[in-house]
Design a protein around this ligand. Structure first.
Ligand code: AKG
Length: 256
């Protein structure tokens, strides 16, 4: 069963950066207000409109549309035209997503976890469609970094976060973290999106934290995380943002 308490959070008495370094993650309830969530949902709908007839993964300008296939595997045909699994760089197509990369509340939350001079490296929105939306195998985001972004995170640390646009819970494939797994190294893991990678990482501190729209969960780029399929008739749209530091002290222990 997922462990639900105690939940590391900005609402706890402990300094957020201390909790973040120990647990590898932290909840920020109500990070975004409803008008902001509504503007991001509207932007997501506009991007879904662009992809309405897509049957294959497609890049439009700098926005990459990854389709939901029957197996969940990347690169396969869409389960139906317009069925989206993930949009990478929605900020290149929609101003609401672009503004989010420098949103003061988002930057402040990331800074409270210990990052100095945060720079957004990656933005995405995951659609996880009702009934057909597949899960994300447990993985460590740091293993996908390369070039300048990797060097930045290695030198100054990084903080990633997800922000819920819909209520997110066990039934619709809520986001899961494997607490404290950031303390080990990067594990060799294949990233077959039709798999789960169950048993690869230490799951003894697995948490599926239910999220309301606007809630955020911040996590270390090395923390293993993932999610199950959406078995419900509800949507589960979730934004992911990755930040690297840019100045200040070299990465403190547990951040780099
Ligand atoms: O949307 C999710 O549940 C998982 C997000 C994630 O880890 C990813 O996009 O790589």
């Amino acid at each position: 069963m997922p462990r639900l308490t105690p939940t590391p959070s900005f609402d706890s008495a402990e300094a957020p950066c201390v909790t973040f370094q120990r647990e590898g993650w932290l909840l920020a309830p109500g990070l975004l207000d409803q008008p902001m969530v509504d503007s991001l949902l509207a932007a997501t709908s506009l991007l879904e409109g662009v992809a309405a007839q897509f049957e294959r993964d497609t890049k439009v300008q700098r926005v990459f549309f990854q389709m939901q296939s029957a197996s969940g595997r990347k690169g396969e045909a869409a389960i139906f035209p317009g069925a989206l699994r993930k949009i990478t760089s929605p900020s290149s197509g929609q101003p609401a997503f672009d503004r989010l990369r420098t949103d003061p509340k988002v930057l402040a939350a990331v800074e409270r976890c210990g990052l100095v001079g945060p720079q957004c490296l990656v933005d995405q929105v995951n659609l996880k469609l009702p009934l057909v939306g597949s899960g994300f195998p447990y993985h460590q985001d740091e293993s996908f970094l390369f070039g300048d972004a990797l060097r930045r995170v290695q030198r100054f640390g990084g903080v990633n976060l997800v922000i819920a646009l819909d209520p997110s819970d066990e039934a619709n494939g809520g986001f899961e973290v494997l607490g404290r797994t950031h303390r080990g190294g990067l594990l060799e893991a294949t990233y077959d999106t039709s798999a789960t990678n169950t048993g690869l990482f230490d799951e003894s501190r697995r948490v599926l934290a239910p999220l309301a729209p606007g809630d955020a969960l911040l996590f270390h780029p090395r923390l293993a995380h993932g999610s199950g399929p959406n078995r419900s008739e509800r949507r589960r749209r979730l934004i992911t943002l990755w930040f690297g530091g840019s100045a200040g002290p070299e990465a403190p222990p547990g951040l780099g």
